[in-house]
Design a protein around this ligand. Structure first.
Ligand SMILES: Nc1ncnc2c1ncn2[C@@H]1O[C@H](COP(=O)(O)OP(=O)(O)OP(=O)(O)O)[C@@H](O)[C@H]1O
Ligand SMILES: [Mg+2]
Length: 289
């Protein structure tokens, strides 16, 4: 699929969403209501062993050295000004932060229509780019509870991860990793979690997301999600997150899959679409609308 076709497909899908909203205002209302009100997500009881809010700070987390060669092998390039793909994340970071600031958004979901589109690669690079090139803290959370890869791509692992936090076995502070890049905090998931969509729609997770978002004024929290078309996970968690970025792997998803996945993301919360693995003439792999 060429870039032009994807662009057209997206425009068409957006127009369809608008038409549907006009034709079915009630349906539109019920779907967008929880999404439009992340601030009003009720505060649920904390996880059994979770620490009080003030206990979680990145200065307390373990500092882990990142292996630059391992990162580049996994297409993590945003820390390296000399890498030819770094420019794409500069552009993406600027546009994402501009739009998020305009709306007062702090949390961003990264998803895609189908698998292996480059969500995790984009989410990690975006987080690094924000942390590296601005004065903000970037937090990266692995909410792909079915195929978690943030830790392996970054080459960091602790015995305790988000699995244990979600199961109430450990406080979040124990799972946080502070890589040796300033202002970057990572909350990896080590193992596949069963009943992922139930967990993601739980009050416990709503509380966790609110907690992460409200901790610091200058923090952007990025959530790496599964594909929108794979189960209910994205539907379950999106109402808790301010905005979403859709990563489309060039040629990986059909027009129909793109349109279908856009139905899962309310139009007013769609921050943009990243065209990944684009043609060489789109400057080595990345495009953004
Ligand atoms: N721009 C790119 N050009 C070429 N290969 C890429 C590009 N971006 C990502 N990849 C590769 O595609 C594969 C899938 O990437 P990634 O794991 O980020 O996708 P994903 O959407 O998170 O997948 P999953 O659905 O399994 O979570 C990886 O091997 C990654 O290195
Ligand atoms: Mg992934």
């Amino acid at each position: 699929m060429t870039m032009e076709r994807i662009k057209l497909a997206l425009e068409k899908a957006r127009a369809q969403q608008a038409d549907e909203a006009a034709a079915h205002p009630a349906r539109r209302d019920t779907r967008s209501a929880p999404v439009a009100a992340p601030e009003t997500v009720p505060s649920a009881p904390r996880l059994g062993t979770a620490p009080a809010a003030a206990d979680i700070s990145y200065t307390q987390t373990a500092v882990m050295r990142l292996d630059r060669t391992h990162l580049e092998r996994n297409r993590i390039v945003a820390f390296n000004k000399g890498n030819p793909n770094n420019w794409a994340f500069d552009v993406l970071r600027t546009q994402v932060l501009q739009k998020m600031d305009e709306k007062g958004w702090r949390t961003l979901a990264v998803t895609s229509p189908t698998a292996a589109s480059g969500k995790t690669v984009v989410a990690i690079n975006l987080a690094i780019s924000i942390a590296h090139h601005t004065q903000r803290t970037a937090m990266l959370v692995d909410f792909d509870l079915r195929r978690p890869h943030v830790g392996t791509y970054l080459g960091v692992r602790k015995a305790v991860s988000l699995n244990d936090v979600l199961a109430g076995r450990a406080p979040m502070a124990d799972a946080l990793i502070n890589p040796d890049l300033p202002r970057l905090v990572v909350l990896p998931t080590n193992d596949t979690v069963t009943k992922a969509s139930e967990i993601l729609s739980s009050a416990q997770v709503a509380d966790l997301v609110t907690d992460l978002r409200d901790r610091y004024d200058d923090r952007t929290v990025i959530f790496d999600l599964p594909p929108a078309m794979a189960g209910d996970d994205v539907m379950a968690i999106l109402p808790r997150i301010d905005a979403a970025l859709l990563v489309v792997g060039n040629g990986d998803s059909t027009k129909r899959e793109i349109e279908e996945s856009l139905r899962h993301i309310p139009a007013d919360r769609l921050l943009g679409v990243v065209l990944n693995k684009a043609d060489a003439d789109v400057r080595r792999g990345y495009g953004y609308y």
